[in-house]
Design a protein around this ligand. Structure first.
Ligand code: ADP
Ligand code: MG
Length: 187
């Protein structure tokens, strides 16, 4: 009898959510909460955790509104590339204009694949997809919500999350209060 090695192709994916423009009448915090629920609806994918929402000052290009940010933890059977394609489709559904080529510029919704793998440990270096996300370790608006849902995480190539956080302590990020109905904050 052949030995069947049980292989789970379920992996974890950490997604960075951000936005600082209204999508029609919908404000960024609401867009992020809707996007989190959209992530839960992706094929072969479950939303396991959503961090609190944070407000952060824009980086790089200052003349724009503050950003709202959060991190979601997914369990998924999608490949990293499939997941990226779904993230980009969701950005468009939420009014993202990709014509502005400006990195760190204003947008209704940005969904970045931060980490991917059985424990979020995979390293991917393709022209269209780098994982871990190349700038995640420099950004308090990613590290803070990441620490809320996975404080013991190790970032491949960078080290323990707990060692990275002090290095970004100069960046002001403020956690939004949870709304009275539970889930997360609305402003
Ligand atoms: P940014 O998030 O850096 O401000 P965009 O959201 O406009 O910029 O993404 C630009 C490109 O970054 C995308 O077309 C995508 O192919 C690429 N990219 C590379 N790695 C990743 C990743 N880990 N997550 C999301 N996009 C990525
Ligand atoms: Mg992006």
């Amino acid at each position: 009898m052949g030995l069947q090695v049980a292989r789970s192709d379920m992996v974890l994916a950490y997604i960075g959510l951000g936005g600082n423009l209204d999508s029609g009448a919908i404000q960024p915090a609401q867009t992020l909460l809707q996007a989190a629920s959209d992530l839960d609806q992706l094929p072969h994918t479950r939303l396991m955790q959503l961090s609190p929402l944070y407000r952060s000052a824009p980086i790089g290009y200052d003349d724009q509104p503050d950003f709202i940010n959060a991190v979601a933890l997914l369990q998924t059977r999608l490949s990293a590339i499939e997941l990226l394609q779904h993230l980009q489709a969701l950005e468009l559904q939420h009014g993202r204009q990709r014509s502005t080529l400006q990195r760190n510029g204003p947008r209704t919704l940005d969904l970045d694949l931060l980490l991917y793998g059985e424990h979020g440990e995979q390293c991917i270096d393709l022209p269209t997809l780098q994982v871990p996300h190349p700038r995640l370790h420099q950004r308090a608006f990613v590290l803070r919500p990441l620490a809320d849902i996975a404080p013991a995480l190790h970032i491949p190539g960078q080290g323990p999350l707990g060692d990275l956080l002090p290095q970004v302590s100069a960046q002001v990020v403020r956690q939004l209060p949870a709304d009275p109905n539970g889930n997360a904050a609305l402003t």
